[in-house]
Write a protein that binds this ligand. Structure first.
Ligand code: ZN
Length: 348
């Protein structure tokens, strides 16, 4: 099969299209023909640049969230059939640590990540444990499924488990046209919240409004705090959905919180080290809660939303496998509005 192989860290061109042996499934694994896999700033671009501190294996095939069709299965697999349409969850539980042994696999201390610690989806085929498969609703394309599975469960987990969002509450979504933010807007809306989209250009605000936000603020050209206070009649928002960690923007987003507000976050591509107004934090009884990751229940909830047409991923560009270097440049330089998705099995 053809795979985009990374033999050393460096610029996009270190990824080379190679002919490699087809994967063979272990007893509890299946082989998936990859129709779509997303390109992400952290898990793809940063890992390619320098490993991102994640100790990836080399040579490596990137690609954390392939979606496609089951073409072979190991002898112990009965949960899926050849021909099933599936998406793949990246973290593979170790099965050995204390959390795994006591049935709390979501808290696994040493998960192996597909596309980081074993070969992922930048290839025509990928072998994965059957336990990591999710069936895709027929109404969802492979590309849409890969984007939904990548971002929507995290957005759902942050808004429900971490922020305990209630219907009717106000949510400010920062980076609202980004991968996670765009899903955050739609999940919050589906949970009955009133959504203000914050984004860094008029075009990006418009994209978030099209996804269902009620109001939009271009925080690079407008005063974010003043705009949010005007929209909410001076009250502020109950929840800030953050994922940028920008030193200039974070304090402003934090300042929009109403009494007893919650700021939830999973992302720091804007830098990650920010000032915090501690006086405001305790006097207003605010909470700042971090947390990447999600549970099976989050995934089921968002797939149900997607099946009903309530989650529409923003796909900016589809590219064949051999254009992986271009795909990385587009993401690295933030040149595309919406996700960049590779289509390895259909790229010619
Ligand atoms: Zn474990």
């Amino acid at each position: 099969m053809r795979a985009m192989v990374l033999e050393r860290f460096g610029p996009p061109e270190v990824m080379q299209l190679r002919e490699v042996p087809d994967p063979v499934p272990e007893a509890d694994e299946v082989v998936v023909k990859v129709h779509a896999v997303t390109v992400n700033r952290t898990l793809d671009v940063r890992v390619r640049q320098d490993g991102d501190g994640r100790q990836p294996i080399l040579p490596l095939v990137l690609g954390v969230d392939p979606a496609g069709e089951v073409v072979a299965r190991g002898p112990k697999v009965s949960s899926v059939q050849v021909g099933d349409r599936v998406a793949v969850l990246s973290p593979i539980r170790c099965g050995r640590c204390a959390a795994c042994q006591s049935g709390r696999a979501a808290d696994c201390a040493a998960p192996v990540h597909l596309g980081v610690h074993r070969w992922g989806g930048y290839a025509e085929y990928v072998a994965v444990p059957a336990a990591n498969l999710v069936p895709i609703p027929d109404s969802l394309s492979f590309a849409a499924a890969s984007v939904v599975v990548r971002h929507a469960p995290t957005a759902h987990h942050l808004l429900t488990h971490k922020a305990a969002l209630r219907p009717g509450e106000w949510v400010l979504v920062m980076g609202a046209a980004g991968g996670l933010g765009h899903m955050g807007v739609q999940v919050a809306r589906n949970l009955g919240a009133r959504v203000i989209a914050g984004a860094g250009s008029a075009e990006r605000v418009a994209a978030a409004m099209a996804a269902g936000a009620e109001f939009g603020v271009d925080y690079r050209h407008q005063d974010l705090v003043q705009a949010v206070l005007e929209i909410t009649d001076g009250r502020g928002v109950d929840v800030v959905f953050e994922n940028i960690g920008d030193p200039e923007l974070f304090p402003k987003a934090f300042a929009t919180l109403a009494h007893a507000g919650r700021l939830v976050t999973a992302g720091a591509h804007g830098g990650g080290v920010v000032a915090l107004d501690v006086r405001r934090l305790y006097q207003r009884r605010l909470r700042v809660i971090g947390g990447a990751g999600s549970e099976r229940s989050d995934l089921e909830a968002v797939l149900a939303m997607a099946e009903k047409g309530q989650l529409r991923p923003l796909i900016g560009r589809m590219l064949p496998l051999q254009e992986a270097a271009l795909a990385h440049r587009l993401v690295e330089e933030n040149r595309v509005l919406g996700k960049v998705v590779l289509s390895p099995a259909t790229g010619g």
